[in-house]
Design a protein around this ligand. Sequence first.
Ligand code: GLU
Length: 453
Amino acid sequence: MPVRTRFAPSPTGFLHIGGARTALYNWLYAKKHGGEFVLRVEDTDAARSTDESQSIILDGLRWLGLEWDEGPEAGGDHGPYYQSQRGEIYERYFEKLKEKDLVYEDNGAVRFRVPDKEIVVDDQICGQVTVNLKETGSTRWDAEAKKEVEANPDIVIRRPDGSFIFHFVNVVDDIEMGITHVIRGEDHLSNTPKHIALYEAFGADLPTFAHIPLNLNKDGSKMSKRDQGALIHEYIENGFLPEAVNNYMALIGWSSGGDRELYFSLDEILADFDLSGVNASNSKFDYDKCKWMNAEHIKALPADKFKEVSSSFIEKAGIDPTDARVPASLELARERSETLADIAKIITPIFTDELAYDQPSVDKVTGKDGISTVVTALADHLEKNSEWKGDAIKASIQAAADSLGQKMGAFMLPCRVAATGSTAGADLVPMLELIGQKRVVERIRNFGTTFLS
Ligand code: GLU
C-alpha cells in the first residue's frame, strides 16, 4: 500500500514551529517512501477558524517548500480537503455507528460507547501505551472540588447543535483519505486510544501512529506564540532562509545518528531521514542555535542566489538592488550576518544619503582627548588619496595617524563611527571603498561640525 501522510492544521492561529515541524516530518516520511503528502484543513470550529489564519499556514508551508500532493488549491481524489465541506461523509459514518448501536443521545449530545477492553497504541516513537477507556474514563478530575469524581467514559462525538467533535471527524477523514501514517504531536497521544476505538467500530484498518515529542522552551516550559522563534511568518519577515529553518526543525527532535548538523536542502535531509531517528523525549528550542544555522546557510549560498534572496530586504531598507555596488556590499556583509535583515542593516551606510548615527557609538568617540584634530587629520588625508582602493585607503589612515605621531589603531574607530554611523559593522576599509571617497570625506567633516564643535 502506498504511504500517505497528512498535515491537519486547524486554521485558528499562526503556523507554529511545532506544527511546521510536524508538517516537515510528514512530508519527509511520505517522500522518503515514494508516497503522498496530504494537507487537510480542520476547520470545524467555525467560530475560531479564519481565512487569514489559513493563508498564513498555507503560505508558511509553501515558503518552507513543503508542497502538498493533495489538499486545498492542489485538489486530489479524496476531497474536499476542508472539514467544513465534508458534512455528508460524516453523516454516512455516523449512520454506521447508529446501525451498530454504538451511539446514544445524552442531553442533546451524542456519545459513542467505548469498548470495555485494553486498547494498545503501538507508537513508532513513544512505544506501547495500553489503556482501557471504560476504566480510565470512569472518573475525571474536578478542579473545583479538587478530587476525582465519577464520569461517563463514553465519548461525546456530536454536540447538541449537530456538529461533530474532533475525534470523530479526524478519524473519519484519515480513513476516507487512505492515510497510512498518522504522524503528529505528542499532545495527541492521549487521544489515540479513543481514535483506535473509533477505527475498530468502523471496521477500518489502523494506520501506523507516530507521535513526535514536544518542542519546549529552553527552560522546559511549553512554547507559546509569544516566544521568540515560535511563529513561521516571523522567520520569513526576519530574513531567515527556508532551508535553514527546515534544517533546524529537522534537528529538533531527530538525528541521523551521527553528529551532522548542516543540511542545505530538503533533499539532503531526505537522504538521511527516518522515523527511527526521532527522539522519544521532548526537545528544547534554541533560537540562537537556529540563528547560527541560518548564518551558516547564508555563508554557503551561491552569489547569485544570495543576491536574489536578499533583494527584498535591501529594497525594504531603501537600497536599489540594481546598484552596481550591491554584489560587493553583500559579500562584505555575508560573514557577519545571521539573517538577511542583518545584511540590509550592515550595508545601509554604504548607500544611504542620510546617515543615522548611533548615539552610544558617537559618545565612545567624542569623549576622547584630541578627537577634533584626529577627525580633521582623517578627513584631510583621505581627501588627498588619489587611488580610492583598499591598501591605498589604509595608507591614508596610516598617514593621518603619522601626521599626529599616533598609532593607526586609534584612528580606526573614529573613522568608522564618522563614516558609517556606528562602532559595529563589516570591515572598515572595504566599507569606505564602497561608500566612495567624496562621501566618506564629507561625512567625516560633518561629524566634526555636528558632534565636536
Ligand atoms: N487539527 C489537529 C491539530 O491541529 C490535528 C491533529 C492530528 O494531526 O491528528 O492539532
